[in-house]
Design a protein around this ligand. Structure first.
Ligand code: ZN
Length: 173
């Protein structure tokens, strides 16, 4: 296992539509292990493959936030087949630096996916778990949570980010 670098907006892969996973096996298992390790180290509750620069429909999630009781959920080629209700809560993202904002999501979702061996998965998710899944699935479609906030809020954030990137570029290293 090794830690991967998490890319941040505006890295191009974050805006791409990810491709379906078609090959299951050792390589995929190694990638998933790296993604898990990278997510726990960040720390985060979810990580999608595009966030480490790999445009594949693959995400790992663990909402337990307790390293001694890890429950890593691997979603391969996931999609939401139905959503119900709505809830607005604050979100952040490992690929969006220094920012959090309230985002409206389904309260309950029905998910179809495959596990790491390629077996079909079908399950329901609610509340925070449903929110994390929706956030990670957005990544697989090239969408970040900053695309789900008002244009005004987004432009304020982009201004702030531009300043941040500029000041870093000017710093002597
Ligand atoms: Zn994210």
């Amino acid at each position: 296992m090794s830690l991967r670098e998490i890319v941040t907006y505006p890295f191009p892969v974050l805006k791409e539509q990810a491709k379906p996973v078609t090959e299951f096996g050792k390589e995929l298992e190694e990638l998933v292990a790296d993604m898990g390790e990278t997510m726990y180290a960040a720390p985060g509750v979810g990580l999608a493959a595009p966030q480490i620069g790999i445009p594949l429909q693959l995400a790992v999630i663990d909402i337990t936030r307790k390293s001694e009781e890890k429950q890593l959920i691997v979603l391969v080629n996931p999609r939401i087949i139905r959503g119900e209700g709505e809830e607005t809560e604050e979100e952040g993202c490992l690929s969006v630096r220094d920012y959090a904002a309230k985002v409206k999501r389904y309260k309950k979702i029905w998910v179809e996916a495959q596990d790491i061996q390629g077996n079909p998965l079908n399950f329901e998710a609610e509340d925070f778990f449903a929110r994390v899944i929706q956030h990670e699935l957005d990544h697989l479609n090239g969408t970040l949570f900053i695309h789900r906030i008002s244009p005004l809020k987004r432009s304020l954030y982009l201004k702030k980010l531009k300043k941040l990137l500029k000041s870093e570029a000017e710093e002597p290293s």
